[in-house]
Design a protein around this ligand. Structure first.
Ligand SMILES: [Zn+2]
Length: 104
């Protein structure tokens, strides 16, 4: 890491052939929706079926459209079996002024 402060997107360019979440070698990668990790295909698929995925996509969309915030790093990856905390979700809804009523 350089002595300059680096943005999440600069870190994102640092793909070194290994998934930053599970450590598996991979030729393919994408950025996580939940944080700035560069992840492999199985980790990406695990995000898409995560119960908070739709919420995270909505938050990402609203940061872009409402706040013009292109460097939002995401709320953090809670793990395959974890969930974003209600406190965090409430805070994001208040900050971005939206309702989220699709919880089971
Ligand atoms: Zn992975």
């Amino acid at each position: 890491m350089s002595e300059n402060e680096s943005t999440p997107w600069q870190q994102a360019e640092a793909w070194e052939g290994k998934c930053q979440r599970c450590g598996e070698e991979s030729v393919w990668h994408t950025m996580s929706w939940f944080n700035t990790e560069l992840i492999c295909d199985p980790c990406d698929k695990a995000e898409w079926v995560h119960p908070d995925f739709a919420f995270v996509k909505q938050v990402d969309f609203l940061y872009l459209t409402k706040k013009r915030e292109y460097n939002y790093p995401g709320p953090g990856w809670p793990g395959v079996d974890g969930r974003l905390s209600e406190e965090l979700k409430t805070a994001l809804q208040e900050e971005l002024e939206f309702e989220w009523g699709e919880e089971e």
